[in-house]
Write a protein that binds this ligand. Structure first.
Ligand code: COA
Length: 320
């Protein structure tokens, strides 16, 4: 359980780049079909950043939108955390670049790398830091620019991913107001080779590789008991969760999770069909869409869930 000052979501934002690639576009360059991709993954199209546009450019726009939504000036931020697997540079952090772009002159900045669990991990870091009194306002951004790291001839992987960015301003709340109640992250490093972005001989850029079937199996085996045990420790039944903010990787994984928890898929928002898997951005984009569409009702319990490279798993409980 999270103790200390209560922490709430003050505002959210997203940025999805304009360039679209549909399953039909993939049919022209790969031995694949719209039907195969939709049936196995639920994805119909995804967006890409385009030539010369970087992770920081997408992140900056999402961050700006979240600040505007929160009604907070960049100078009031104590910290900018960027969750990404596709930073502009390994060093310095892309978060530092964004801090500069935003003019968040009083804020620290660093990147979090935890696969698709990155933005959940960044949120948990922000929440515990605000709850302890170290920070008051933290901007958490998830942003990905996969275009340059995909192998466009690997049909089992390149069809899954897309670019985008989402952001949230987390701030100290009032007693009795909305608050994050619990959070947990886990890793199984023995499976670190299942999803990688690494250098390969003969390639200019690092390349994303994934053992899809093994990832699918790992998540289906470990995610349901992880969520069940998280709920138990947080003192909440899955049936009591009013809304689920989920990492968007595969509709089959989510359907199977909900079936095993006995939860209706009506209590979540899926956007995988339009964006594909935007990895560290996915949870934040989904949060923004859930907030803006009024899907999250005041007073209800909200569960955030993510999983990804590492392998990593994460959950957060929010009382809206
Ligand atoms: N179009 C057509 N056929 C394809 C294809 C594509 N885009 N990609 C793979 N295939 C083929 C394979 O070559 C294989 O053919 P074969 O039987 O002739 O060898 C067949 O489909 C089955 O391959 P497999 O890898 O077992 O498919 P799958 O049913 O496991 O589906 C994924 C592949 C990637 C969709 C699935 O494994 C998955 O969703 N994994 C989880 C991925 C994920 O969520 N990653 C992110 C984690 S954060």
């Amino acid at each position: 359980m999270i103790s200390g000052f209560p922490v709430r979501i003050a505002g959210t934002g997203k940025y999805i780049p304009e360039k679209v690639m549909t399953n039909f576009d993939f049919e022209k360059i790969l031995d694949t079909s719209d039907e195969w991709i939709v049936t196995r993954t639920g994805i119909r199209k995804r967006h890409f950043a385009g030539e010369g546009v970087k992770c920081s450019d997408l992140a900056y726009k999402a961050g700006l939108a979240a600040l505007e939504d929160a009604g907070i000036d960049a100078s009031e931020l104590d910290l900018v955390i960027l969750a990404t697997n596709t930073p502009d540079t390994v060093c310095p952090s892309t978060a530092a670049k964004i801090q500069g772009m935003l003019g968040a002159v009083n804020a620290g900045a660093y990147d979090v790398l935890a696969g698709c669990t990155g933005s959940l991990t960044a949120m948990l870091t922000a929440v515990t830091g605000i709850a302890s009194g170290v920070w008051k306002n933290v901007l958490v951004i998830g942003s990905e620019d996969f275009e340059d790291v995909l192998d466009w001839s690997d049909r089992s992987t390149c069809i899954l991913f897309g670019d985008g960015a989402g952001a949230a301003v987390l701030t100290r709340s009032e007693d009795g107001g909305p608050r994050f109640a619990a959070g947990e992250v886990k890793a199984d490093g023995s499976k670190y080779r299942l999803i990688t972005i690494d250098k390969e001989e003969g390639r200019d850029n690092p390349v994303l590789r994934m053992h899809g079937a093994e990832v699918f199996k790992f998540v289906n085996v470990h995610l349901p008991p992880f969520i069940k045990s998280f709920c138990e420790k947080a003192g909440v039944e899955p049936a009591e969760i009013g809304f689920w903010v989920l990492h968007q990787a595969n509709t089959r994984i989510i359907d199977s999770l909900f079936k095993r928890l006995g939860v209706s898929t009506e209590r979540t928002l899926m956007n995988l069909e339009q964006y594909g898997n935007t990895s560290a951005a996915s949870l934040m984009v989904t949060l923004d869409e859930a907030m803006k569409s009024g899907s999250i009702k005041s007073g209800e319990k909200v569960l955030f869930m993510a999983f990804g490279a590492g392998m990593t798993l994460g959950a957060l409980l929010y009382e809206a």
